[in-house]
Design a binder for this molecule. Structure first.
Ligand code: NDP
Length: 452
């Protein structure tokens, strides 16, 4: 029998080991700390989880692939980027997780995302393992032809590592419908197979699922609504601050409006926009999805209700609800203090790990409902798994059916996290609830499948 304090000591020892064995990967260390620091109670309560090597196996990816991606720009100049695919854990199903194209991508970033993905995918209750990939390629300012050549070169190596029963990538930052199209085309050409289930986020006319583009943002709002219900409130009339202006942010704003809340901000790496009338989604979609422009153009065209704040902190804008939807570590301790001063009620993470550990602590101490990304933004991967199911059955479901499934899944995830937190003496702590519930499902499968 292991006590909680013995478990905590063993986990602290493992965390030091992780830092030693994975140097210069601060984001991966942060993600490992965030999970392992909450596991002592479950390991103490369930002796089988203390089995030597179980958690050690969980923090070591099953496979890590790093490859060269050479491509030519429109002037014929050759560029060399680096490609990654980290296949972290397949105890519950084929590796599943997005591809990120952003200059900040490195092995540590992909490992943090892949590690998070294991627990997130487990929480959906569906049969998907955890993985993540990407490249340090920057699609900003590149022509369609350049993006296509890059995607083709990327897939020319990646194809040998993926497959509908092996590893199923999707989009993430910098990878949307356009990139998935080019990647799928090259996979099909190389393999001579119509293997729809090898990638998700495909176009609706060629194997994609309806509601997949909307799923992460919609799912996060549904999770936030469930947290608010727990506090006896709904979203009607609440003011929301959203960061980012990409896929997740846009559909977060859309669902907030559908449920009666008013999103007054969006942002990108140039700064943020605050629009006191509420974000005009048609205008934002036109600028971001069609023209691939910057958010200052939104303020320019919107008129007097909106202003652009270059380089400022979107968290200075007062809000009842906060839905960070851009990138990791975008909401720090100072930002959290400002939000608390301004009376925030709930923070629900659309992005992966957008809130620093110090900020999470501060928000929880102040009684703010805090939904961690691995639970709150799981709607995207859940609908990806539904896309795989549709591909497998060679059918497509109506938007209403997919949205109904998504709503069930998000409510189930909320209930699971909430009940698990209570079971382990941490009522209202969704971080602990999500980590333990995800861990239990993966750990049980790993134990059943032996030391591999
Ligand atoms: P997009 O590429 O569509 O949009 C990303 C947005 O975030 C852009 O507005 C971008 O601005 C901004 N952003 C990205 N990096 C930075 C940075 N370093 N500093 C400031 N702003 C930044 O990506 P998604 O909307 O798909 O992803 C957003 C977040 O949601 C990520 O954390 C992703 O991992 C997470 N997520 C996405 C899922 C999905 O289904 N797409 C599923 C689950 C989580 P700019 O254009 O100026 O770079």
């Amino acid at each position: 029998m292991t006590t909680r304090s013995e478990s905590r000591t063993a986990l602290d020892h493992l965390l030091s080991e992780i830092e030693h064995r994975n140097p210069a990967q601060p984001e991966f260390h942060q993600a490992a700390h965030e999970v392992l620091e909450t596991l002592a109670p479950v390991i103490a309560a369930r002796p089988e989880y203390a089995e030597p090597g179980l958690v050690e196996r969980l923090v070591e990816p099953e496979r890590q692939v790093i490859f060269r991606v050479p491509w030519q720009d429109d002037q014929g100049r050759v560029h060399v980027n680096r490609g990654f695919r980290v296949e972290f854990n397949s105890a519950l199903g084929p590796y599943k997780g997005g591809l990120r194209f952003h200059p900040s991508v490195n092995l540590g970033v992909i490992k943090f995302l892949g590690f998070e993905q294991i627990f997130k995918n487990a929480l959906t209750g569906l049969g998907i393992g955890g993985g993540k990939g990407g490249s340090d390629f920057d699609p900003h300012g590149r022509s369609d032809a350049e993006v296509m050549r890059f995607c083709q070169s990327f897939m020319t190596e990646l194809y040998r590592h993926i497959g509908e029963h092996t590893d199923v990538p999707a989009g993430d930052i910098g990878v949307g419908g356009r990139e998935i199209g080019y990647l799928f085309g090259q996979y099909r050409r190389i393999t001579n197979r119509w293997e729809a289930g090898v990638l998700t986020g495909k176009g609706a006319g060629w194997g994609g699922s309806l509601i997949r583009p909307e799923a992460t943002g919609y799912g996060n709002v549904l999770f936030a609504a469930a947290m608010m219900r727990e506090r006896g409130e709904d979203l009607e009339g609440q003011t929301a601050v959203v960061s980012g202006s990409g896929n997740v942010a846009i559909y977060t704003i859309e669902k907030l409006a559908a449920l009666g809340a008013n999103a007054v901000t969006c942002s990108d790496s140039s700064g943020y926009v605050v629009d006191e009338k509420g974000i005009d989604l048609d205008l934002l979609k036109q600028i971001k999805e069609v023209e691939r422009g910057r958010v200052d153009v939104y303020a320019e065209r919107r008129g007097s209700s909106a202003r652009f704040v270059p380089g400022g902190s979107v968290w200075d804008v007062p809000a009842d609800l906060v839905l960070p939807s851009a990138t990791q570590n975008e909401l720090d301790e100072n930002a959290a203090a400002t939000l608390i001063r301004n009376g925030v009620k709930a923070v629900s993470e659309g992005a992966n790990m957008p809130t620093t550990p110090e900020a999470v602590h501060l928000l929880q101490q102040a009684g703010v409902a805090f939904g961690p990304g691995k639970a709150a933004n799981a709607g995207g991967v859940a609908v990806s798994a539904l896309e795989m199911a549709q591909n497998h059955a060679r059918t497509s479901w109506t938007a209403a059916r997919v949205e109904e499934e998504l709503t069930h899944i998000m409510n189930d995830i909320h209930t699971t996290c909430h009940e698990t937190a209570e079971r382990y003496d941490a009522p209202g702590d969704y971080v602990t609830g999500a980590n333990i519930a995800g861990f239990e499902r993966v750990a049980d499968a790993m134990l059943a499948q032996g030391v591999i």
